[in-house]
Structures are given as structure tokens and as C-alpha cells.
Ligand binder design. Sequence first.
Ligand SMILES: C[S@@+](CC[C@H](N)C(=O)[O-])C[C@H]1O[C@@H](n2cnc3c(N)ncnc32)[C@H](O)[C@@H]1O
Length: 386
Amino acid sequence: MKKNVLVARNTLKALPLIPSETIDMVYMDPPFFTQRKHQLKNRSNESFSFQDTWKDIADYTDFIKKVVKESHRILKPSGSIFLHCDKTAAHHLRLLLDEIFGVQHFQSEIIWTYRRWSNAKKGLLNSHQNIFFYSKSTDFKFFPIYTDYSPTTNLDQILQDRVRNAEGKSVYKRDENEATVLTKEKKGVPLSDVWDIPFLNPKARERVGYPTQKPVFLLQRILELTTQTGDIILDPMCGSGTTCVAAKSLGRDYIGIDQSEDAIKIAECRLKEMVISSSNIAKNGLASFFSKTRLETAILHSIKAFPVQRNGGIDGFLKEFIENKPVPVKIQTSKESLTKAYSKLIKATEDPKFHWKILIQTKASDEVLEKSDNVILLQSLGLQLK
Ligand SMILES: C[S@@+](CC[C@H](N)C(=O)[O-])C[C@H]1O[C@@H](n2cnc3c(N)ncnc32)[C@H](O)[C@@H]1O
């Protein structure tokens, strides 16, 4: 069997050609039953699309069932499948996986969550997708990943061993002298089934303009959990080849299948010139992204503004528009002169979509600020008190 190949073909025709029990892991990211065509353009204005329209849900699940059945056949007994979907059809697909892989081989429903800007739709903002993880047998490959303790974990919880008492309650273990017992070495907290990994941002170099492209980081995590160097990974609907790029980056072999010639061409290019954007949120946690101090956050909240991150000239926006335009807010930092803070605000808000702007002065100074009339200068409460 050939490996490290991309196959431009209907997956239902290509999968039967793969010998049984030869694949270590299958990741599949099929159309989600959105009943629409997905279309996107790349930086050169080339358009890519795939169809996600079906007669009805039975037509859709019938197709997925065939792919899952074939996937089950070609997986080694130590292998696993990851099926990526969303709220549209997740409930149908879980039942289908139970039927083919067996309820006892269900391992996890991974919730991939990401931030989104709100939209006007009535109801809760959808900000997650689902990835079902099933193993082929109970003896499946799994390599745990550990994460840091949560900030609320106290030292005793980390260092002291626990047992269940007669009532089944978890209590600290004590020796014959009633002293607490040191726990075994811990590597941290096992990775949970909720993964906060950002969507590729529109400017990320990794983004190739293929609709519904997934981040390589997401696939690398799945691969690290369930495969080893030299293992062979199959993606039966690989799109722009994200799974193959992740596999290659980690020294795994891959087979990618997609019926779209365009998708396969993109995947080929990505595999030649590997571009993987690093995700600070994913690596260092969401907290690493929040650059505002508690004082800055409090100042913003006190004027009914919400904070924004990663912009030297804008710290937040008023929740309410003034004269139909958003109002950016800049807070002078302890290292900035008032003039410097003002010029940063002006530079960041040159766009005509802004008119009124707010500058919060936090330090006393003799500077005479020559400011434009549409900039409202406010003194922080701390400065007023001084
Ligand atoms: C959600 S996209 C995959 C996106 C991919 N994970 C990525 O990161 O770019 C689904 C893909 O399934 C492919 N597809 C749908 N039906 C197929 C079939 N019968 N055979 C092969 N590919 C198919 C589409 O062409 C599309 O590229």
C-alpha cells in the first residue's frame, strides 16, 4: 500500500482499495449537513468550494455510514477514529458510530471551542464543534497529554494523596500517626475534552482559502494523543490537506483522499511548503492573550466599555455607539507620556469609521496636550484623587 499520497477521487471508490487493518488513525471532517455550498477565495482571488447539500438527513447519514464502515475495516485493532461534526448532525452521527464501533469503544466527545464575534441571530452564540473519538478495541494507542493545574487548585490538592472514605467521599489519605501522605509524582492535569483552540485568523499565513479549513494545531493534538512516529493516518475527505500537513510535521505517514481536484492541488502545495501558524492561546492558554491589567479592565468597565486585546492604540470600545460610530478608548500606561498615548490613539483610529475617541489620563504631568476636538480627555479616578 502506498503511503504519503493524496488521492483525487470519490472516497467511496478509493477506500475499498485500502487493505484491512493497515491504518493507525482516521480523522474525518465531512460536510456537516449545512444544506448549502461552501465557498471561499484565497489571496489570489481564486475561488474554492464544496457542496454540502443532501436530499434529506437519511441521504446524508447513509453516505457517512459507508465511510465510517470502511474506516472501521481498514483501522488496525489498536487504531482510533475521530469524526468531526457540529450541532447540525452530531446526534445522528454519534448513534451511527455507536452502531459501527460499539458503544463500549466510545472514548470522548471533544468540544472544540473558539471565540467568535457576536452575530445578530436570536439565541445563544454557537462557538464550538464536536469531535467524536472512538477506538476500534479496548487496547487502543493513547499517549496522555498533561496541562497545568487550574489557579484555584491549592498546594494540598497537588501534594497530598486522597482515598475514598466509608461513605465513598474523597478525603486526604492519612498514615498511622494521622499525618497526611505525600501523593505520587503528578505530571499535571490530564488534558480535558474541551479544547480552546482559535480558528485560523483571517491573516494567518497557514490559511489557504479553502472553506472550513481546520487549524493544523488541532490535528497535531489529536495525532499526539493517539499515534506515534511512523504511524499511518488516513483522512478520507482531506480538503486542503490539514491532517496530512499535521502528520508530516510530526513524522507520521498519511493518505489523504478528496473528490475535489482543487482541494488535492492545494494539499499538494501545502505539503511542499509547510506553513504552520503558532497559536499562543492554544500553547499558553487564553490568559496569555489578556494583556490588560486589572486596573485597566476596571477603568474600562467603569465607563461601560469592553476591553480589546492586542492593540497598542486601542484598549477598548464603549458599548454604545455615539452618532452611529464606535468609540475607541485608550488608557495611558505607566510608561507612556500623555502625548505618546494620544499619538498612539490617533494612529490606531485614523479610519473614518471612528469619530469620537476617548483618552484616559492616568498620570499627572505638566504636558500641554494639543488635541483634536473629537478626542475626549478624561482623568482616571486615581489621578483625580491625587
Ligand atoms: C469540511 S471539508 C474538509 C476540510 C479539511 N478538514 C481542511 O482542513 O481543509 C469536507 C471535504 O469533503 C470532501 N468530500 C465530500 N464528499 C466527498 C466524497 N464523496 N469523496 C471525497 N471527498 C468528499 C469535500 O470536497 C471537502 O473538501
